[in-house]
Design a binder for this molecule. Structure first.
Ligand code: UN1
Length: 504
């Protein structure tokens, strides 16, 4: 039963997308909920890329000299427009990415939050003042806009990741060229409409501050290759990152990469198991296991492992799986058939490696026809096998046991990915050891908090195959600017540094 859900036509119309814009094109957009056709969008021809990049380059020339707090005003207005559009945009995220209603709305809230953050940041693009070794001299550093930023985003957070990048890029003085996933172009077009409303209220912004590319990987490749796009922020698979990063490096551009995750939770003998179970279920099955930060590995002390698995099996048995727009649903569909097949294949491989799998079957009863609905799976593994070390974008939780805390940390770190991690413990020594230099090797490490659902105030990203980039809060803004070191001589002498003499 869809209790409060609007039709997709109403949602699209409320967001300002007209039927004429959504028909007659070559890119078919379907809903993961029931496979219905949402739109047939015209694609951006690759031959348009030079003019799109030129438009961004000319917008940059005008925007970089607008005072940063004034640039912040545009993002303040964007935040207001997002507040007004929250229900509709959240609903479209649900239609296009298959998220449950609350998570669709949560994603838009994440956009509003980063706008608020960026408005404040627009008055805090601080550089340092540095003591000069030369008399009558002053040193400082200045942060200048970097130039157009190429933003490549994935289907699973189709709008939030754009906003993390764009809110910061724009206050930093950089126009954005956005290549969303081919699976979620409608939410991108909706964001563009919302952004245009903010622009109209702002008044005198240059043309081309945010341009959306509709289509495939060739468009992303053109961005990666362009010397006029100094920063490329790419979120998605490690395979995509491996294709993009060398092309950007070849021309000495800068990459902000947020790629795969294989996030773990260590549960110690002292853990509050009730709390751990709630955190595990949210982070392993929320978004149907399709977050970069989803919990994929549970590393449980042997004294609590069996009880934990029993409690989880019970919680999993009662999970409402189905139409993500129906009240009460917690597990919606996977994005497409390929994702369902990847999940089935991973579970088969886990069984072949000696794992015992609970759940994981395709659900066909009580769910909309035409979507890929899978029962979340728990796979109790004899060891951290090849399958456990591989990220499968689906609700699979691998369970491993451990005896010593050192062993648990070693298991946690012994995967190629390094995004998010956590420990559940009431033992202060374990908690601090986990956060120490010899602890988790991930970009995010939490204590008694699951690995997913991060707030925007912290820097988001991770190490190793996760790509090393940081987006959203803290000082992530620096990646969108270039640093300049300035030395000013206010004396009448010309002393040289390091005491060098060079008299002419
Ligand atoms: C992602 O899956 O790419 O921490 C982003 C989280 C969200 C963002 C996830 N705030 O789960």
């Amino acid at each position: 039963m869809k209790d409060n859900a609007m039709s997709h036509e109403t949602t699209l119309a409320n967001l300002g997308l007209s039927a004429a814009e959504l028909t007659g094109g070559t890119l078919k957009v379907t809903s993961p909920i029931d496979g219905r056709l949402l739109a047939e969008l015209p694609e951006t021809p690759a031959s348009d890329m030079p003019s799109i990049i030129a438009r961004a380059a000319s917008a940059f020339k005008a925007w970089r000299v607008v005072p940063a707090p004034r640039r912040g005003e545009l993002i303040r207005l964007l935040g207001e427009e997002l507040r007004a559009a929250k229900d509709d945009l959240g609903a479209l995220v649900s239609w296009e990415a298959g998220k449950i209603t609350s998570e669709g709305l949560g994603e838009v809230q994440e956009m509003i939050d980063i706008c608020d953050f960026a408005v404040g940041q627009s008055r805090q693009l601080y550089g340092l003042t540095i003591a000069s070794e030369r008399p009558g001299h002053r040193m400082m550093e200045t942060w200048h806009p970097a130039g157009p930023v190429g933003v490549i985003t994935a289907f699973n957070f189709p709008v939030a990741v754009w906003s993390w990048n764009t809110a910061l890029a724009l206050i930093c003085g950089d126009p954005v060229i956005w290549k969303p996933s081919e699976k979620t172009p409608l939410t991108a077009l909706a964001c563009q409409k919302i952004f245009e409303r903010a622009l109209a209220r702002f008044g005198d912004a240059p043309e081309g501050l945010n341009q959306v590319l509709i289509g495939g990987a060739d468009l992303g490749r053109a961005l990666a290759a362009s010397e006029e796009v100094p920063v490329i922020s790419a979120t998605g698979s490690t395979r995509m990152g491996r294709a993009v990063a060398p092309v950007v490096a070849e021309r000495f551009g800068k990459c902000i990469l947020e790629l795969c995750g294989n996030n773990a939770m260590i549960v110690g003998p002292s853990a509050d198991l009730e709390m751990a179970v709630r955190a595990i279920v949210f982070s392993a099955v929320g978004t149907a296991g399709q977050r970069c930060t989803s919990l994929r590995r549970l590393i449980a002390h042997t004294s609590v492992k069996d009880e934990l698995v029993a409690r989880l099996k019970k919680a999993y048995a009662g999970l409402p799986i189905g139409d993500p727009q129906a009240d009460g649903t917690l597990v919606g569909p996977l994005v497409d058939e390929d994702a369902g097949e990847a999940m089935t294949a991973a579970l088969e491989a886990a069984r072949a490696e000696g794992g015992t799998v609970h759940g994981g079957a395709r659900v066909t009863e009580g769910v909309p026809a035409g979507g890929v609905y899978m029962a979340p799976a728990i796979a109790v593994m004899p060891a951290q096998t090849g399958t456990v070390k591989t990220e499968t974008f689906a609700p699979i939780l691998y369970v491993l046991g451990y005896d010593s805390f050192e062993e648990a940390v070693a298991l946690q770190n012994d995967v190629p990915q390094g995004l998010s991690s956590c420990v559940f413990t009431l033992n202060m020594r374990e908690a601090e050891a986990f956060l120490s230099a010899a602890g988790s090797d991930c970009g995010i490490a939490n204590v008694n908090v699951g690995p997913s659902g991060a707030e925007i105030g912290g820097a988001f990203g991770g190490e190793k195959e996760t790509g090393g980039g940081r987006e959203s809060g803290s000082d992530a803004w620096k990646a969108y600017m270039r640093r300049q070191t300035n030395t000013v001589n206010y004396s009448a002498e010309l002393p040289l540094a390091q005491g060098v003499k060079f008299d002419i």
